[in-house]
Design a protein around this ligand. Sequence first.
Ligand code: G3H
Ligand code: 13P
Ligand code: ZN
Length: 307
Amino acid sequence: MPLVTGGVILTAARAGKYGVGAFNSNNLETTQAVLEVAEALKSPVILQISEGARKYAGTETLAHMMADMASRVSVPVAIHLDHGSSFESCKTAIDAGFTSVMIDASHDAFEENIRVTKEVVDMAHARGVTVEAELGRLGGIEEHVDVSAEDAFLTDPEEALEFIRRTGIDYLAVAIGTSHGAYKGKGRPFIDHARIEKIASLTPIPLVMHGASGVPTWLTERFKAAGGEIGDAAGIHDEDVSRSTQNGIGKVNIDTDLRLAFTTAVREVLNASPKEFDPRKILGPSRDLMKEIASHRMKVLGSAGKA
Ligand code: G3H
Ligand code: 13P
Ligand code: ZN
C-alpha cells in the first residue's frame, strides 16, 4: 500500500498500548528483511534512514527503493528521517518522499530546541508529514553516576509537556535510561518506567524510545564464535520494552541488533565457505538472520497482528 505518515501508525499504537519498530536501514537486504517480516506478521512498521545512511546510499535512492518495496506489501509503512540535524535536512528528506521526520535539537538549550523544532513542525505539517523531536539526552547511565547527575540527563516531565505544547510535535523522544549502540550498561540496563508513566500521564502523544536494541546474548555469542570482537555488550530486556509500550512508548528504534545480525551472518558464510564470492550467497543469510531479529521484536512490541 502507499506510504502512510508516522503519525497514523503511532497514534494507533499509543491508543492500542503497543509499540511499533522503527528499524534503521541503509540497504536492500535490511529493507527486505524488515518488510517481509512485517507483511508475514501483519505488523505496521517504520523504516528509518539516518543522516549517515543518506550519505552512504543517497537520500532519493533509499527513499524511492523503500517506497517501492512498501507499495508491494499490505501493511502500513512510514519512511522516517532518524536524528535529522537541521531544518534543511528535514526539508530535503520530505522532498524525497519521507513521511515522517525527526528534528534532533536535543543538544541545544531548551528555548533553541523549541525554536528549531517549531520551524520544522510548521514546514512539515504544511506538507502532511508528521514530526518527532527529542528532549533530554540519551547516554550510557553508568552505575557510578549519582542520581542527581542522572536526573539532569533524563527528560523532565513538566518540561516535556511545555515542549509539546509550544512546538506542536506529533511524537516525543524521551531520555529514560537507554543509550545507542551495543553497550548500554552492565547486566540489565536501568529503564526509568516511573518517568515514562509520568510523561505519558501528561500527554496523549506517542513517546519514542531510542537505543532500544536487545543485543541478545545468543547473537553476541554467535558473533564472537564467528571471529567478531565485542566487549561487555548489553541491551534492553524484552520485559522492559514490552512494559514501556504498554505505558506510552509508541515508537521503538532498533539499529544495533540488525547490524550485529547482518555482520554475524556474513562472518559465518565467509568462514564456512572461503571460496564463495557471489554476494547474494553472502548477503542472503544476513537477510535471514535480520528477519529473526525483526520478527522477535515485532512480537515483543505487540505490533504483530495489528495491521
Ligand atoms: O541513532 C543512531 C542510529 O543507530 C544510526 O546510526 O548514524 O551510524 O547511521 P548511523
Ligand atoms: P540502537 O543502537 O539500540 O539500535 O538504537 C538505534 C536508535 O535509537 C536509532 O535512532
Ligand atoms: Zn536514536
